[in-house]
Design a protein around this ligand. Structure first.
Ligand code: NAP
Length: 317
């Protein structure tokens, strides 16, 4: 199992299990099975609404002697409605309790976007908190305090553009250990990868297979699926493996952390095995060349007339 050393000295396994849209009732088995086949990294979030069930799967594996708690890297994320106190501490404690653990290995600010407490998805302007009302450095200070209190080992961010990273680093005392963002061959994040590398911050690639979200609707709108890409299909045929495995192997080989989601036992196992594959330099190059600026999770749901946020500020372009 390949690992990366973070800028705070802790190690993170490069392939982890995603849990977004893994339903309660299936996610328990997915987590236990993932740990059985060798995963030691599980990606969670308060907003996924299934941390309690992830905790059940983790406990089952520990009770059966599959792994020890200290061998598993567990990430959770602070939702947008808890950027200030008292919601921050309440939300972190809920994640810890749900997962049934004393300390998170990594805690991320889920988005550089803030909502009024108790609002999980705003519908009106006044349900948001603007950047001025909820400055990112203030939220980062709470992350640093949680780290100092020992509730979380590493702290990082998610969906942050380079200017958000600079703002946090310029005002904080600890740099983010990770930036988790959408990343796959159609949106390879080369500029952000380079900007973060200057601070020794690796990217965690989410939606590495093109995302589970609304794939049917996307197909209806004619939005290309990276899983159907002919170049990737050709490379998969050469290796006698699945397209998903090539996408995961590419992500690992270019130095990102990657967290494919699956609730299917066979796919969970094959995705993990992909972390040990080797692609030739020409194959890596051919996949790099597929970049087409296509974000599947485009952030429009947090922007527009009913929000103080806009896409240019959100993504920094
Ligand atoms: N920080 C953020 O804002 C953010 C946003 C999105 C996602 N994430 C994290 O990243 C994780 C992964 O992203 P994602 O869930 O959007 O999508 P993804 O991992 O790109 O794709 C998941 C989809 O691919 C299918 N799949 C998995 N392995 C496969 C294989 N070997 N062959 C064919 N199909 C396969 C899954 O179905 P089955 O389950 O049926 O296998 C599911 O429909 C999430 O679960 C979450 O933990 C974070």
């Amino acid at each position: 199992m390949k690992t990366l050393t973070l800028n705070d000295g802790h190690c993170i396994p490069q392939v982890g299990l995603g849990t977004w849209q893994s339903q309660p009732g299936e996610v328990e088995r997915a987590v236990t099975h993932a740990l059985e086949v060798g995963y030691r990294h599980i990606d969670c979030a308060w907003i996924y609404g299934n941390e309690k069930e992830v905790g059940v799967g983790l406990k089952e594996a520990i009770d059966r002697g599959v792994c020890r708690r200290d061998e598993v890297f567990i990430t959770s994320k602070l939702w947008n409605n808890a950027h200030g106190e008292p919601q921050f501490t309440r939300s972190l404690d809920e994640s810890l309790k749900g997962l049934g653990i004393e300390q998170l290995d990594l805690y991320l600010i889920h988005w550089p976007v803030a909502f009024v407490g108790k609002v999980t998805m705003p519908k009106k302007f006044d349900q948001y908190l603007s950047r001025e009302q909820s400055p990112l450095p203030d939220t980062w200070a709470l992350m640093e305090a949680a780290q100092q209190a020992g509730k979380v080992r590493s702290i990082g961010v998610s969906n942050f553009a380079a200017h958000h990273i600079e703002e946090v680093i310029g005002n904080g005392t600890v740099p983010p250990a990770v930036n988790q963002v959408e990343c796959h061959p159609y949106f390879s994040q080369r500029p952000l990868l380079d900007a973060c590398a200057r601070h020794n911050i690796p990217l965690t690639a989410y939606s590495p297979l093109g995302s589970s979200d609304a794939s049917g609707k996307r197909a209806a709108k004619g939005i290309a699926s990276v899983m159907a890409d002919p170049v990737v299909l050709g490379i998969a045929e050469t290796h006698g493996c699945s397209v998903a495995q090539i996408l995961i192997a590419w992500a690992v080989q270019r130095g990102t952390i990657v967290i494919p989601k699956s609730a299917n036992p066979e796919r969970i196992a094959q995705n993990f095995a992909a972390g040990e594959m080797e692609l030739a330099a020409l194959e890596m190059q051919a996949i790099d060349n597929l970049e087409r600026g296509l974000r599947y999770i485009d952030g429009t749901f947090f922007c527009g007339d009913n929000s103080p946020y806009d896409l240019a500020e959100l993504w920094g372009n």
